[in-house]
Structures are given as C-alpha cells and as structure tokens.
Design a protein around this ligand. Structure first.
Ligand SMILES: NC(=O)c1ccc[n+]([C@@H]2O[C@H](COP(=O)([O-])OP(=O)(O)OC[C@H]3O[C@@H](n4cnc5c(N)ncnc54)[C@H](O)[C@@H]3O)[C@@H](O)[C@H]2O)c1
Length: 329
C-alpha cells in the first residue's frame, strides 16, 4: 500500500504518521508512506523524529500547490490523507491569503492529481469550525456550513470542493470534521500549549473576552483513530463528524490548567475578545459511531495530565518555536 500524507510534519499529521508506523497497524507493515509538507512555521521535522529512520517513510519538503510535484507523488497512491492547511484562526484574521491559497487552491491541486492517478481513497481532514457556531445541541453532518472566520471559510471551501470531486467525478473522497484537538507536539500558539508553556514559565495566560466560549476537547489519538476508521471503511462521498471529547468553556479549561500547574487567578490576563469569536462548537458524532464503531477512549483528565507532562519534559522542542513565533497573545 502506498499512502500520501500531506501536512505530516504538523501536529495532527505527525501523530497520524507516528501511529501508522508505530507497530499495531498490520495494514502498514509493507506500506510506503510519503509525507508531503512545506515546513511552514507550523511544520517541524522534529515531530517525525521517532520514526525518521523507518524505511517505510519518505519525507518530501514541498507545497501542495505545486501541481507538478503533487502529480509525481500521487502516482501509484492507494490512499491520500490530507492534513496540510494553514490552521490558526488568529493568523487568518490578520491576513487570509495564505489560507485561501493552501486550504482551497492546494486542496484542488491534490484532488485533481488524485483523480488523474485514480487513487483508491482520499480522506480530506476538515474541521467542526466549518459549521459556524451553535448555542445548543449538536450539528449532524447534513447541517449547512456557515463558517465565520477566514480560516473556517477557507476550510469550508476545501471541504465542499472535496465533496464536489465525488459528485462530479466519482473520486472516492471522505470528509472528516473534528472538534478541537489537544496532545503533544501542538504548536505553542494554540490555546492549550500556549497556556501550558506560559504557566510552566511562570507567565500569565491571555484569556479572550468573558472566557465563555465552549470547545469540545478531543485527544489527538482519538481524532487519528476516527480518521483511520474512515480511511478503512468510510463510504465514498460521505462526511463523518468526529467528536465526543469534553466540552468546556475556556474559563473552565483555564481553571483546570491553573490547578494542574499550581498557579492562581493572578496568572490570568483578560484580553479583548477575538474578532468574530465563535461561541460554541458541538458535533453530533452518531454517524461514525454507528457506521464505523468509533468511540473516543482517552479520558480528558489523563490526556491533559500526559500533555502537560510532555510539555514539561520537552522544553527543547517548544522553547525555540516560541522564541521564533511571529504571533503572540
Ligand atoms: N488542531 C485542531 O484542533 C484541528 C481540529 C479539526 C481539524 N483540524 C484540521 O487538521 C489538519 C491538521 O491540523 P494541525 O492542527 O495539525 O495543523 P498544523 O498547523 O499543526 O499543521 C499543518 C501542517 O501543514 C503544513 N503545510 C501548511 N501549508 C502547506 C502547503 N502549502 N503545502 C504543504 N504543507 C503545508 C505545515 O508545514 C504543517 O506541517 C488541518 O487541516 C486542520 O484544519 C485541526
């Protein structure tokens, strides 16, 4: 089996690669895994270090918008798992062009190449943010997409393109829409690693607005497990929500982090709310559960403690990233 994984040097993509090559995946025993990643500020070869010497892995530094390169890499591919994206909402508010280019145009380049190469399955990794914001209840997959940030609008564009390639051309595409992920190797501009690393350094954490925004926190392992199920038995043309983590307001999450890291209220700095800040995300994940037997297994308390431990023990990974980061809160 030949697998092309885009964005495999990022947070979730690298987790997927490390898991796939990790041993308990017999279907990857003879696989050739090609990672295509541009290594933007968010991509990091260090994330693949645990599997760097695995002969099944080939790393290609390149852009998903490069049609010639993508065409070459796509030849003979059985499965594409497409993670590559510009992924940080705050950056998309400062400027959306990179988001439109990579998330929309880059996805189109991949879909075209996959069609030409007649790949067996194309899993497009989308996000719950494409639905917009919901005060009560949860979105099933058929709900309309009403994205509010330039990030989620660009993701919605790619999500709908993926669907269109199935409807128009019969390309066997599946789309996954997952809730907020947490875990090791997440770039320290996102809320959870930003807060953990600030607290480890005795610094304050910036809490947006009234802290009442609600997110469903799912461990990255559970997300990757859901993607594996969809890659294996997901029906072409279908969308699968992935969720079922732990719903918390940002204030509640902050309080848990303060308690875990031995800090108090003086460590919280209240900052002006993010523009267009979605109030709540919540996906209904009944479809993937009934059809594919998905269920989240990582307990939030344990997952959070493990994640904090990882950042405590891996300063050499995140300190240089924070020093070089061009965005901060
Ligand atoms: N993080 C979350 O909570 C979450 C939740 C649901 C869905 N998602 C989706 O999962 C995917 C991965 O998210 P993440 O958090 O790992 O993101 P990330 O920012 O950590 O990683 C993105 C990766 O894509 C690469 N990349 C960016 N532009 C590229 C280009 N033009 N060509 C090739 N590679 C490029 C980067 O170098 C990086 O390695 C994204 O599509 C995102 O929308 C993320």
């Amino acid at each position: 089996m030949r697998v092309l994984i885009t964005g495999g040097a990022g947070f979730i993509g690298s987790h997927y690669v490390r898991r796939s090559l990790g041993g308990d995946h017999p279907e990857f025993a003879d696989a050739e895994v090609v990672v295509l990643d541009k290594l933007t500020y968010a991509g990091n070869r260090e994330n693949l270090r645990p599997v760097a010497d695995d002969p099944r892995l080939r790393f290609v530094q390149g852009d998903i918008c490069d049609a010639e390169l993508v065409g070459e890499l796509m030849r003979g591919v059985d499965l594409v798992v497409h993670f590559a994206a510009e992924s940080h909402v705050d950056r998309s508010i400062l400027g959306a062009s990179d988001f439109v280019r990579t998330n929309v145009l880059g996805t189109d380049v991949l879909l075209q190449a996959a069609l030409a190469a007649e790949v067996g399955k194309f899993v497009h990794v989308s996000t719950d943010e494409v639905y917009g914001s919901i005060d009560e209840g949860s979105w099933p997959e058929g709900d309309p997409l009403e994205p509010n940030s330039p990030y989620s609008a660009a993701k919605a564009g790619s999500d709908l393109l993926a669907r269109a390639y199935f409807r128009t051309h019969g390309l066997p595409v599946c789309v996954t829409r997952c809730s907020n992920n947490y875990g090791p190797y997440q770039f320290p501009e996102k809320m959870l690693p930003l807060f953990i690393t600030n607290l480890l350094d005795g610094r304050q954490v910036p809490l947006y607005g009234d802290g009442g925004n609600v997110r469903d926190w799912l461990h990255v392992t559970d997300h990757c497990r859901g993607i594996e199920l969809v890659a294996g038995a997901g029906r072409p043309g279908e969308v699968y929500n992935i969720g079922g983590g732990t719903e918390l307001t940002n204030r509640q999450l902050t309080d848990r982090l303060l308690a875990e890291l031995g800090a108090d209220e003086s460590a919280v700095r209240h900052v002006e709310d993010r523009k267009g800040h979605d109030r709540r995300y919540s996906v209904d994940h009944a479809k993937i559960s009934t059809e594919l037997g998905y269920r989240p297994v990582v307990d939030f308390g344990e997952g959070l403690a493990d994640t904090i431990r990882w950042y405590r023990e891996n300063r050499a990974w995140w300190e240089p990233l924070k020093q070089a980061a061009t965005i901060s809160r």
